[in-house]
Design a protein around this ligand. Structure first.
Ligand SMILES: [Zn+2]
Length: 130
């Protein structure tokens, strides 16, 4: 990529879709090594997110960003807060997980998210093809 500097997230080639495990919206974004990763929509304060769970956009790609300053915003991989997966330990991620779980159940007519599963349980750290 020839351009330098940050690119606003909305200018990135984002593919909006839904998670196949909870049926909630996700944003598919490519990493620098061209892997598609389902991201949780929205930005989060880096100070509240564990260092190893912080992601960011640089230029036109998504990358893991453990170095982010706590005052900056970061992005989360959806599978880290997917309500079809086990509860995260981090307090902010757990709060988001609980909100997403309630949203998923509302969206799916009160059906518990476990019954929404379309496929097998995702493995920890797995990335999914759209
Ligand atoms: Zn999900």
């Amino acid at each position: 990529m020839a351009s330098l500097g940050a690119v606003r997230p909305e200018t990135l080639p984002i593919n909006k879709s839904t998670c196949k495990f909870c049926a909630l919206p996700v944003q598919w974004v490519r990493t620098r090594d061209d892997r598609p990763i389902p991201m949780q929509p929205g930005e989060f304060p880096a100070w509240a997110i564990p260092v190893d769970r912080r992601w960011s956009f640089t230029r036109d790609r998504l990358h893991h960003a453990p170095w982010l300053d706590g005052l900056e915003k970061c992005r989360l991989v959806h599978l880290d807060v997917c309500p079809a997966r086990p509860k995260p330990e981090n307090a902010v991620m757990l709060e988001l997980w609980e909100r997403l779980r309630a949203r998923a159940e509302r969206q799916n007519g009160g059906i518990p998210v476990e019954q929404v599963l379309l496929e097998e349980e995702p493995e920890a750290g797995a990335t999914l093809e759209p």
